[in-house]
Structure formats: structure tokens, C-alpha cells
Design a protein around this ligand. Structure first.
Ligand code: SF4
Length: 476
């Protein structure tokens, strides 16, 4: 019989981080904690998600527990992300990608009619949920929901499996194949085929563009990310480039003012040029970890097929084709400390990854750090216990990234997306974009009322706050 560990109080630790790292925005501290240790929803907080933008299909589960352990239908009820703001620490609004864990000390609850984030019964801040876009209600004739084709107007997983298969090939943090199987077994989703129909993607994207037009009153443009597993040989008779190019063409040329990003294995300069011609504006050759030895351990398939030196060379050369800010490889933030072969100390891990950030930014590459979620069905977690990565590591790494971002004079990370919060706030899955935005973006500096609406109003110059982006009873 296993002992049930009582969660320890974390508010004191959070306040200690505020004191020790006065130059780190408080919002970054709380967000790192929430992504690292997950969070949980009371029944009341779950009931309040009605009408919100619920979690749809994505590449990985991003939860700290398996889907079949969720007994209240959470997989179809929790929001894709939520906002934290105000409260006793007067936080400015940031987005948190929902990361479920029933043993987390952080609980989203309803107290006195307001959605709040609590720990040990104490309120940390307010919470609200994003409202679903209009197109979320639409279905194809066969019952497939549009949002399972394109999630939150942006995320398009066109191939839900990976031909890197098993522990000798799959990236060790990745649960794509397990996640697709769990979603299928749950019978809660309308789309279970591993490959999405190009015509469905094209039509769902048209609807996203229509929603954007209705929201803005003019065609402000939208952004899509095409993602999916590696194709080592062929899929439906097509090579990896040919397969993904179908979706590039459908998304880029199927409507006005679109920015289309593709993430795949690193591509040669010639391949990048060809894909650019097929509609690719941005390419993310997700390298996942900077250290050479860890790259080889964490990404066995990528290492065998392309290798470390060639991967880095291809990333650098892709800037020549696509331009700065259009090469944003993902790194699984914190995985450089994974057990048993990761760095044992924060200092060593910081030294390695910071050197990588400097090299990349010096070559016009803008690395993203999606915080490692330690999903239970991944090889890393199945093979070894993986405790949370120290919060201090993330705070110092993101501070270093911000300093290097300033050193090279890079742009504020703004993105044209359907959801206004996703344009003006950082990404929900990590704090890398929040940090410069919270430090530098004008709309975060002099906002008197710290609600998401007020920040968006300041960012977009809206005359009136727009209720359509925010959901839930949390208002001061
Ligand atoms: S390439 Fe790696 S991270 Fe991407 S889907 Fe395949 S196993 Fe997962």
C-alpha cells in the first residue's frame, strides 16, 4: 500500500521567490509553479467552464496524470488555458495552459461567487476562463467538430502519430502516440483518424478567418501552426515534405492575411525554400534540448536521422530563407535536468542552455521554452521518477533569456491570432514571451485595472472592454 503524501504549503515558497528574485515579474513565478506542479479544479470551478474555450485536441496531453484517471469528464470540460490576475499580489493577467494533477497544491475554486486560485485554502489570485470562439459550435456533416480540426483558431495537428516509434526512436518526453490512443479510447472526441482531411482543415480555417473578421470589423489576419508526427518514409504515398505541404497550401492560400508556421524535423536549405514557396512563413525545428549529449539521449530518432550538428546548421540556414523571428524552435524547458542523465545542478543546466540561447539569438533564431509537464505515459517518466524541476531554474533561465533578448535588440513577441489574448500576452505553455512582455510592453505597464479585458483594451486600443474573450464570474 503506498503512502498518501500530504501536499506541502507553497505560498510561503512563492513569497520567498518574490523576495529572492525581485527582478522577475511575480506573474512569472506563479505561472512557473502552476505549469510545473499542475493544478486541479473543484466541482464548482469545473461547472463554471460552461461556455468557455474547452481543451481540444493537441499534440501532447500536457497533464501530469493519464486521461483515464479523470473521472468527471475533465478532458472535455476544462478550459484550454485560464487567466490569473489581481488578488493579494496584484498580479497582471497572464495565460496558463491547463495542466491537470489532482495532487497539486494549486486548486481553482469558486469563493464568494468568484473564480480564484487557492493553495491550502488561501487565495493567491483571481481566475477567469476564455470564451469559446463562434466557430467552436460548428460541425461537419459527419459530426466532426471544427475545433477538433483547428483548436483555438490556431493549432492544427494534421498527423496524430509519429513514425518514430518505441523507446529507441521516440523523443523521450513525448506522449503523442499514447495521447492519440487515450483520446480514441475515451470516445469523447468526434475525430479519431490519425490524418486530418485537407478539405476539413481548409474549411475550418475559412471559419476562423470569418470569426476574426467579425471580431475586428476588418481583416486583421490570423495565424496557424501545422504540427504532427515525423514521417520517416511515406504517409499516404507522400514524403514528409509533400504531406505537410498540402496543409501549408490550404491554410496559406485559403484566405486573407495568414501567417502559417510549420513544425517538423530540421529541413535543409533547399527544402526550406521549397516549403516557403508552398506557403510556409515560419519553421520550428524543435530541438528540445541544447546540450549535445542530452540531445542524443532525449531525441534518439532525430539524432539518428539528422544528428546534432546538422540540426543546428539547418536551423541557422533557415533564417536566411525565412528571416528573423520566423525560426522559433521549441525547447522542453527543464528537460536538461531530467533523470538520470540530465544535469545534476541548476548551475550546469543554466550554463548549457543559456549558451544555446545566446548562440541562437545571435543567429536570428528565437528559441521557445515550453515548460516540461512530465506526462506519465512518456518514456522519461515510465523509466525513472521525475520530480518537479526546481522553480529557481526556470526563473534564472527566463531572466537570462530576457537579458539576451535585450542584448540582441529583438522585437516584442506579438502574434496575429484569432484570440486577442494570444496576440498580446505570452504563450500559455511557458513564460519565455511573458517575461519581455511584462517588462516592456506598454499595455502591461500602466494598467490601473488589472483584468485581462483592461490589458487587452490597452494593447489593442479598444474603446470599450470586450467581454467576448473572458468568461467566469471573476471581476473586481
Ligand atoms: S518527432 Fe519526437 S516530439 Fe515530435 S511527435 Fe515524434 S516523438 Fe514526438
Amino acid at each position: 500500500m503506498s503512502a498518501v503524501l500530504k501536499p506541502r504549503s507553497m505560498i510561503g515558497e512563492i513569497e520567498e521567490y518574490f523576495r529572492r528574485f525581485p527582478d522577475v515579474p511575480k506573474e512569472v513565478v506563479v505561472k512557473v509553479e502552476l505549469l510545473s506542479r499542475g493544478h486541479w479544479f473543484t466541482d464548482a470551478a469545473l461547472a463554471a467552464t460552461k461556455g468557455s474555450l474547452v481543451k481540444s485536441y493537441r499534440l501532447f496531453s500536457y497533464d501530469l496524470v493519464p486521461m483515464d484517471s479523470l473521472k468527471r469528464g475533465e478532458a472535455r470540460q476544462v478550459p484550454e488555458w485560464f487567466y490569473i490576475f489581481q488578488g493579494p499580489y496584484d498580479l497582471r493577467p497572464v495565460m496558463i495552459q491547463t495542466t491537470m494533477d489532482p495532487s497539486s497544491p494549486y486548486i481553482v475554486d469558486v469563493v464568494d461567487g468568484r473564480l480564484v486560485l487557492t493553495e491550502g485554502g488561501k487565495i493567491i489570485c483571481n481566475v477567469s476562463y476564455p470564451v469559446e470562439p463562434t466557430y467552436y459550435k460548428k460541425k461537419f456533416a459527419d459530426g466532426t467538430l471544427y475545433h477538433e480540426v483547428i483548436a483555438y483558431g490556431y493549432f492544427v495537428t494534421v498527423f496524430r502519430q509519429c513514425q518514430y516509434w518505441g523507446p529507441k526512436e521516440e523523443c523521450r518526453f513525448c506522449d503523442i502516440n499514447e495521447n492519440a490512443r487515450a483520446m480514441k479510447d475515451s470516445k469523447d472526441f468526434t475525430l479519431n483518424a490519425p490524418v486530418k482531411k485537407v478539405e476539413y482543415v481548409e474549411e475550418a480555417a475559412r471559419e476562423v478567418s470569418r470569426d476574426a473578421l467579425a471580431m475586428e470589423g476588418h481583416q486583421a489576419g490570423v495565424r496557424f501552426l501545422i504540427t504532427g508526427g515525423t514521417i520517416t518514409k511515406t504517409l499516404q504515398g507522400k514524403t514528409e515534405d509533400e504531406f505537410y505541404a498540402q496543409y501549408l497550401r490550404a491554410l496559406k492560400f485559403g484566405g486573407p492575411r495568414r501567417h502559417v508556421a510549420l513544425q517538423t524535423n530540421a529541413k535543409t536549405k533547399e527544402e526550406t525554400k521549397w516549403l516557403h514557396g508552398e506557403g510556409m512563413d515560419e519553421h520550428n525545428a524543435n530541438m528540445e534540448v541544447w546540450d549535445r549529449n542530452l540531445f542524443e539521449w532525449i531525441n534518439p530518432g532525430k539524432n539518428r536521422r539528422i544528428g546534432y550538428d546538422e540540426w543546428v546548421k539547418r536551423m541557422v540556414e533557415s533564417v536566411d530563407v525565412l528571416g528573423e523571428f520566423n525560426v522559433r524552435p521549441n525547447f522542453v524547458g527543464g528537460i536538461e535536468m531530467a533523470k538520470p542523465h540530465g544535469f545534476a545542478t541548476i548551475e550546469e543546466a543554466l550554463k548549457s542552455t543559456t549558451a544555446g540561447i545566446d548562440f541562437m539569438m545571435g543567429h536570428g533564431i528565437d528559441p521557445r521554452f515550453n515548460q516540461w509537464r512530465r506526462e506519465p505515459k512518456t518514456n522519461l517518466v515510465k523509466e525513472h521518477e521525475q520530480p518537479p524541476i526546481p522553480t529557481e531554474f526556470y526563473l534564472r533561465l527566463m531572466s537570462n533569456r530576457y537579458e539576451i533578448w535585450k542584448k540582441y535588440g529583438l522585437n516584442l513577441p506579438l502574434k496575429r491570432e484569432l484570440n486577442p489574448s494570444r496576440r498580446y500576452m505570452g504563450n500559455d505553455h511557458g513564460t519565455y514571451d511573458d517575461f519581455p512582455l511584462l517588462m516592456e510592453a506598454p499595455w502591461y505597464q500602466n494598467v490601473k485595472v488589472r483584468t485581462p479585458e483592461a490589458v487587452l483594451q490597452a494593447a489593442a486600443g479598444w474603446k470599450e472592454p470586450r467581454a467576448l474573450t473572458i468568461h467566469g464570474p471573476a471581476k473586481d
